[in-house]
Ligand binder design. Structure first.
Ligand SMILES: NC(=O)c1ccc[n+]([C@@H]2O[C@H](COP(=O)([O-])OP(=O)(O)OC[C@H]3O[C@@H](n4cnc5c(N)ncnc54)[C@H](O)[C@@H]3O)[C@@H](O)[C@H]2O)c1
Ligand SMILES: Cc1cc2c(cc1C)N(C[C@H](O)[C@H](O)[C@H](O)COP(=O)(O)O)c1[nH]c(=O)[nH]c(=O)c1N2
Length: 172
């Protein structure tokens, strides 16, 4: 592998981001509440790991205002967004104060204490089972304890540094 790194030269941050910008991703608002307080952020770096035990992962920037609250609370809810949530995604993805982020939508409370977005495509209430730090991000491995929603509906996607919608795929 060392010879490959030498042959190729280093991949720059910009090269990496430009390539990742071509990869379409679902958009989620990931939330938590507990002793460290309520917090939430927009995340595309979310994916399924295994169905036994049902586990997904979430990557969160370690120097963001929200990262520490997730680790400390130990639970979270992944709320997958629909096209009507584009403005909400921007609020949870920027420098908007936490109170304003949550005031922009209606929420219920999951068993872990995490806010559940009313109208989300799907909501995954999770216990954080382990955390691995990789570079600038913490990878949160999350055991799914409860699921809400999940019926086929149009999805919000993020690709080419902009939002788009993907029609629901019903049937085969
Ligand atoms: N994984 C992430 O942390 C992540 C993902 C998407 C967007 N963002 C943030 O949202 C803002 C807008 O992003 P954009 O897509 O319009 O343009 P961009 O050029 O910042 O990012 C392009 C793509 O690169 C990846 N990316 C961006 N920042 C990253 C990071 N710090 N670590 C790992 N992957 C990263 C994502 O897949 C993103 O869609 C930026 O501030 C970006 O940092 C962060
Ligand atoms: C479409 C899109 C997608 C993502 C993000 C942004 C946007 C607009 N952000 C950035 C993240 O939401 C932002 O850093 C948080 O809101 C925390 O910001 P504050 O530090 O609270 O301002 C983000 N951050 C992160 O740690 N992991 C991720 O997967 C993503 N994905």
């Amino acid at each position: 592998m060392t010879q490959c790194a030498e042959a190729y030269g280093a991949v720059t941050k910009d090269q990496y981001r430009d390539a990742m910008a071509t990869v379409a991703a679902a958009v989620n608002v990931v939330t938590t509440d507990g002793p460290a307080g309520r917090a939430g952020f927009t995340a595309t770096a979310v994916c399924s790991v295994t169905d036994s035990p049902p586990t997904l992962l979430v990557c969160v920037k370690r120097d963001s205002s929200v990262g520490e609250a997730f680790r400390a609370n130990g639970g979270l809810c992944v709320n997958t967004l629909a096209p009507e949530h584009t403005a909400l995604s921007n609020m949870f993805g920027g420098k908007t104060p936490s109170e304003e982020r949550f005031a922009a939508a209606n929420w219920t409370t999951a068993c872990t204490g995490a806010p559940v977005l009313e109208g989300a495509l799907a909501s995954f209430d999770c216990r954080i089972s382990s955390v691995v730090d990789v570079g600038t991000h913490a990878v949160l491995f999350c055991e799914v304890l409860h699921i809400g929603g999940g019926a086929p509906r149009d999805a919000l996607i993020y690709v080419g540094r902009r939002y788009d919608s993907l029609p629901a795929c019903v049937g085969t």
